[in-house]
Design a protein around this ligand. Structure first.
Ligand code: URA
Length: 247
């Protein structure tokens, strides 16, 4: 059996600053005001070294509230329509749907891949770099499942075309990997892809003369978007759920 891993240690002021509670000076003042409690005892020294355990929110109280979860943190969000996934794009971003303090976190939170502004559905946001890279790595072949509403009725040959692994997208030099299309109605289909090329689903239908009028992602690998998570709502992914993605 592996010996239990020791939790990482961090200076209290650095830990709280990296969680977005303010500058090192501001969090030092917070400690001096007796607003930081760990395991029932008020901390006096902002330079104290703290064991950063996953259950820290159950152990540490800041100004009367449980401390935010430490890194690594992964969020499962139901991305609503009309918000963007990048800080650099104009408009309201998915990060603005999270607690404002989280925008000051280090390591920073970033979405695992992106959904277009006009695409809704399952989006993962994480500060766990190795996990992010594993999910988006072409080697992992993680399946992303979408429901697309189409301008024109399905013609009948789309499933074979997408499954062939020969479809070329405009301006690209390599064909797409095989994808699975399941018709859901005359103008609706479920499409599962293992790549993440730019606007891939919309461009796939454009390549065969159709047009996507609505797009929603409901699954990444073995992880589904549950019906009770409303657009704009999110939850923290439990540690064991990361593995479900690669099932
Ligand atoms: N494909 C698209 O065209 N848009 C998305 O947001 C995701 C996949």
């Amino acid at each position: 059996m592996k010996p239990p891993q020791k939790p990482p240690m961090a200076r209290l002021d650095r830990l709280l600053a990296n969680l977005g509670y303010g500058s090192r000076r501001e969090v030092t003042a917070l400690v001096a005001r007796g607003q930081v409690i760990l395991d029932g005892a008020t901390l006096k020294d902002a330079g104290a070294r703290i064991a950063v355990t996953a259950d820290l929110p159950a152990r540490m109280i800041i100004a009367g509230q449980p401390v935010d979860p430490p890194a690594p943190l992964t969020i499962l969000m139901h991305k609503p329509l009309g918000v963007v996934c990048s800080h650099r794009e104009a408009g309201r971003s998915v990060y603005e749907l999270l607690p404002p303090r989280w925008q000051g976190r280090l390591p920073a939170l970033s979405s695992i891949g992106r959904l277009d502004k006009e695409t809704s559905g399952l989006l993962l946001i994480t500060d766990d770099g190795p996990f992010l890279h594993r999910v988006i790595s072409p080697k992992s072949e993680v399946a992303k499942r979408y429901v697309a509403t189409l301008d024109r009725p399905l013609a009948g040959g789309e499933a074979e075309l997408f499954a062939a692994g020969t479809l070329m997208l405009d301006g690209e030099k390599d064909p797409l990997a095989p994808a699975v299309l399941e018709p859901l109605g005359p103008n609706e289909a479920r499409l599962t892809i293992t790549e993440g090329r730019y606007h891939q689903v919309r461009r796939m239908f454009a390549a065969i003369g159709n047009h996507v009028t609505a797009l929603h992602r409901d699954r990444i690998g073995g992880l589904g978007l549950s019906e009770d998570l409303e657009p704009g709502a999110w939850r923290i992914l439990a540690p064991g759920e990361q593995a479900v993605i690669f099932d």
